[in-house]
Design a protein around this ligand. Structure first.
Ligand code: CA
Length: 234
């Protein structure tokens, strides 16, 4: 029994160590999404990390402490890495690995691979860049659909994340589209409400005018049962 007790204590200690190690070691993406607004033609990317990422600390090889990349595939199919070479179906690379250079997220062409542009990470030429917002562990940024190489709002992607250039994990997903109310409908709604109000107002005015022109019998008034005391009328 004593042996078993010792064994349990050892196992418990290892488990505790492992838990602490996991919590402190690796960057993890808890959740993420890419939501397209068809009215604005913008994509809102959101990532919720397990800890506040550090994009400005770099090592001797100019690799960021934390970074991520999106691999965009405009046809909307999964997996995004298919065919030969594995990146042949991709349209765009979205790189957080270059945040430490100019403070923004860069959007690059896939081809030509091995471009010698500085900071490209071996991917193609620079197409554009977008700012991001970091609120605690939640990072968001918006990009025009056109900039990420899509036209209909339906695309698939792989999100990978890294620490000092070391691969830490990935998520494959597809874009979602917001169910927004078309603008013309809401304007129509406002106009319809306005017309209804005007109509009611006119009707009320007409009714008032009618009652002034031809007073009707009010038994309450005749009996002095008004809201106001009779004296006030004099
Ligand atoms: Ca598409």
């Amino acid at each position: 029994m004593a042996f078993l007790k010792k064994l349990f204590i050892v196992i418990a200690a290892f488990t505790a160590l492992e838990t602490v190690g996991t919590a402190q070691a690796a960057l993890v993406v808890n959740s993420e999404s890419a939501v397209v607004n068809p009215n604005t033609q913008q994509v809102l990317f959101t990532i919720d990390f397990n800890e506040v990422p550090n994009f400005f600390l770099v090592d001797a090889y100019n690799r960021q402490a934390d970074s991520f990349q999106y691999f965009i595939e405009a046809d909307g199919e999964l997996p995004v890495f298919r065919g030969s070479p594995y990146y042949s179906q991709l349209e765009t690379i979205v790189r957080a690995e270059e945040i430490h250079v100019a403070g923004d997220i860069r959007v690059r062409n896939v081809f030509p691979i091995g471009s010698d542009e500085p900071n490209s990470g071996g991917w193609g030429s620079l197409r554009g860049s977008v700012p991001y917002t970091l609120n605690g562990t939640v990072l968001t940024f918006s990009a025009p659909l056109q900039l990420i190489g899509d036209s209909d709002g339906l695309f698939s992607y792989r999100l990978e994340w890294y620490e000092f250039g070391e691969f830490r994990g990935f998520k494959d997903n597809k874009s979602a589209i917001t169910q927004s109310v078309p603008e013309h409908t809401s304007i129509f709604g406002i106009l319809a409400f306005g017309a209804l109000c005007t109509g009611l107002l006119l009707k009320r005015k007409q009714t008032l005018a009618k009652s002034v022109a031809s007073p009707t019998f009010h038994p309450q008034r005749e009996r002095g049962g008004n809201k106001y005391p009779v004296e006030k009328a004099y």
